[in-house]
Design a protein around this ligand. Structure first.
Ligand code: HEC
Length: 151
């Protein structure tokens, strides 16, 4: 078991050290992947938003299901910002790489808030969900302001 854990740690270490091209066939594949993940997350987060804003009727089961997908997809995009993925069809600013610690912290913050929204959605209480929704939106905006080009 100990050896297995060591092997896993070595492989894990390699994975983070390798350029994106090793995890994705091409840099453009990584860019496509992270954009897709952001879009899927945004759809499900947005559906909760529509309920929070009263645009669609509140359905606790649907909100909880959307919150689950949003939480899982919130982990995905950041695996695809490897080296060499700063050019091409991307709106990522150079700061993603030059201020990578800040970028990672912003990603973590969003994932934390998304976790709280998930717990709120499980409560089935719309007011609880409303209270947890705003901070997630703030976390999205904060990162976009610093790390995403307008167009
Ligand atoms: C830690 C930074 C960060 C956080 C947090 C973040 N984003 Fe983004 N987002 C980005 C970056 C960078 C891009 C540009 C990706 C690219 O073009 O390669 C992006 C792009 C997007 C896109 C456009 C994808 C496309 O097809 O071009 C959507 C939609 C999106 N984000 C939604 C969200 C939502 C919703 C949240 C919050 C729930 C969020 N993002 C949180 C950094 C972030």
């Amino acid at each position: 078991m100990k050896n297995l854990l060591c092997a896993a740690a070595v492989v894990g270490g390699l994975m983070t050290a390798l350029p994106a091209a090793a995890q994705f066939a091409k840099a453009e594949d990584a860019i496509k992947y992270r954009k897709s993940a952001f879009n899927v997350m945004a759809v499900h987060f947005g559906r909760i938003g529509a309920m929070v804003q009263g645009k669609v009727p509140f359905d606790p089961k649907v909100a909880a299901a959307d919150a689950d997908i949003a939480l899982i997809t919130a982990r995905l995009p950041y695996t695809a910002f490897g080296e060499g993925t700063d050019k091409g069809e991307t709106r990522a600013k150079p700061e993603v790489w030059t201020e990578n610690d800040k970028f990672k912290a912003a990603a973590l913050k969003m994932q934390e808030e998304m976790g709280k929204l998930n717990a709120a959605a499980k409560s089935g209480n719309l007011d609880t969900i409303k209270a947890a929704f705003g901070p997630v939106g703030q976390a999205c905006k904060q990162c976009h302001d610093n790390f995403r080009k307008d167009h």
